[in-house]
Design a binder for this molecule. Structure first.
Ligand SMILES: C[S@@+](CC[C@H](N)C(=O)[O-])C[C@H]1O[C@@H](n2cnc3c(N)ncnc32)[C@H](O)[C@@H]1O
Length: 479
């Protein structure tokens, strides 16, 4: 920690040099142990445990300590010798490699002290300089990591290898996770500390496919860290463990000031956004949603992000209407159930655009605020953009708003979609899809819905009966 905090913020960011605090390293090892089906009693490591982006070695300390504790009674020199074949760290940063080697070797000093001085040999170097993504690495029983993240430009060779995991831009942490899956042995376990965005984001769909095809999620711990001690505030972080073995249950936990049990759910099996409860009161919603057959997209609704990025149009924004100016709809104008123009936005209420501009919205739709805080009473704030709101023919939707637009053939009416979006039960489902402040267009399109037959029946219900029917499906509340 002393080493890494001495680096300049720019260097740290460029190379992803953020080291894991002890509490999280312990949690990661606990999750990996659980995924291996281990009980509490300390065990010697069954095979190679690797951190391919090892930094100062924080993640390898708990398994190394357990290994040494489990073999405590054996000849100390034998135990020291065994360590080199079960612990391996790799990093591109030679200074980190030096630090990690000292840190890990220090753990062996009590053993070395028990070896008669004339028999003592130098302690093994468990960490080396190298590329943790290398295709040449041997298979491992356990891979632990808090990989670097950020967009990268891929070389030709890397594009060939990581093509299947890349959608749009390449993110280093997806590449590390995919490479780790490739390097696990038959019963191997991958434990990772990563942003939760991989569980639901569109760019991570290929990664979710690779994960669900080759390993099974055995545990997920959501890190409740509003203080930003563990990670940056905007990126919700989780500790996840995957195994090559067949498991049917995922243990969900929440780590705040201490670690608490949340729920046990079935493992995700598709590349669609994973629906996992962050709190125990969300467990029912998560279980129901994961079993539903339809999605908003499947039922014929598309979600588009408002196209107006206002600071690219500063000169075109006006307070007064005029010919060639269109009314702008801002996120602050969307109140639950209806549009109420926010006075604070009145100085930028109209935008001048050519009539043919693709930014102009001419059809009715449903508007949803794109960002809302997890603490907010209702995660989804939605309102219809009615024919009356379109008076004058058209509006322009700002970038912090998502617009849900029905395809012509959609059998699901605006009324049903609005009732779904304002229901508490669906709000809970949204909280299981995204833990971050933003609910993306892609995540909204993936909102799980009941079967087409149920949706067809809902069309004929009056508003009260519809609310009851929605609660019956999503919250299992009997009507
Ligand atoms: C987020 S830090 C985590 C360090 C350590 N595992 C921990 O949890 O404290 C990521 C580490 O990845 C290293 N790194 C970046 N690219 C790498 C690569 N291609 N191969 C190996 N290490 C890499 C960085 O130098 C940095 O030490």
């Amino acid at each position: 920690m002393a080493y890494v905090s001495a680096l300049s913020p720019a260097t740290r960011a460029r190379h992803g040099r953020y080291y894991t605090p002890g509490v999280l390293a312990e949690q990661l090892w606990d999750s990996a142990r659980h995924a291996m089906g281990w009980s509490r009693a300390p065990k010697a490591l069954p095979g190679l445990v690797r951190d391919p982006a090892v930094g100062g070695g924080a993640l390898l300390l708990p398994p190394l300590r357990e290994h040494v504790a489990a073999l405590g009674d054996l000849d100390p020199q034998l135990v020291i010798n065994s360590v080199a074949s079960v612990i391996e760290g790799i990093d591109t940063d030679p200074a980190a490699v030096w630090v990690a080697n000292v840190v890990l070797a220090s753990e062996l000093l009590p053993l070395l002290a028990r070896v008669p001085s004339h028999r003592r040999k130098p302690l093994p170097a468990l960490v080396r300089t190298g590329d943790g993504l290398s295709a040449e690495l041997a298979r491992a029983a356990v891979i632990l990591m808090n990989p670097p993240y950020g967009r990268v430009r891929l070389s030709h060779a890397d594009r060939a290898r990581f093509g299947p995991v890349v959608y749009g831009h390449a993110n280093l942490y997806s590449m590390f996770m995919a490479a780790a899956v490739e390097k696990l042995d038959d019963k191997g376990v991958l434990g990772a500390i990563v942003p939760t965005s991989f569980m639901s984001g569109r760019y991570f769909e290929p990664l979710r496919r690779i994960l669900t095809d080759h390993v099974t999620l055995a545990g997920a711990t959501f890190v409740e860290d509003r203080s930003g001690v563990f990670t940056s505030v905007l990126q919700e972080t989780c500790v996840v463990a995957f195994t090559r073995r067949k498991v049917r249950k995922v243990k969900i936990e929440s780590l705040g000031s201490d670690c608490s049990y949340v729920a046990t759910v079935g493992p995700p099996t598709t590349s669609n956004p994973w629906i996992l409860p962050r709190r125990s009161d969300l467990a029912v919603a998560a279980a129901v949603a994961a079993s539903l057959p339809q999605t908003l997209r499947g039922a014929g609704w598309r979600v588009r992000t408002g196209p107006l990025v206002w600071n690219r149009h500063k000169e075109d924004l006006h307070a007064r209407p005029a010919t060639g100016r269109y009314r702008v709809l801002w996120a602050a104008d969307i109140k639950t159930g209806s549009i109420k123009y926010d006075k604070a936005r009145n100085d930028k209420r109209y935008v001048a655009l050519p009539e043919t501009s693709v930014l102009i919205q001419r059809e009715r739709c449903i508007l949803v605020q794109r960002t809302s805080a997890p603490e907010q009473d209702s995660r989804i704030v939605a309102a219809p953009l009615t024919e009356a709101d379109l008076a004058g023919g058209a509006v322009v939707i700002e970038n912090h708003v998502n617009a849900l637009v029905p395809e012509e053939a959609s059998a699901v009416s605006d009324r049903v979609v609005l009732a779904l979006l304002r229901s508490r039960a669906v709000d809970k489902v949204a909280r299981c899809i995204s833990g971050s402040v933003a609910l993306s267009a892609y995540e909204l399109e993936s909102l799980p819905l009941p079967s087409d037959e149920t949706l067809a029946k809902w069309a004929s219900l009056d508003d009260n009966a519809l609310d009851v029917a929605i609660a019956a499906v999503y919250a299992k509340i009997e009507s």
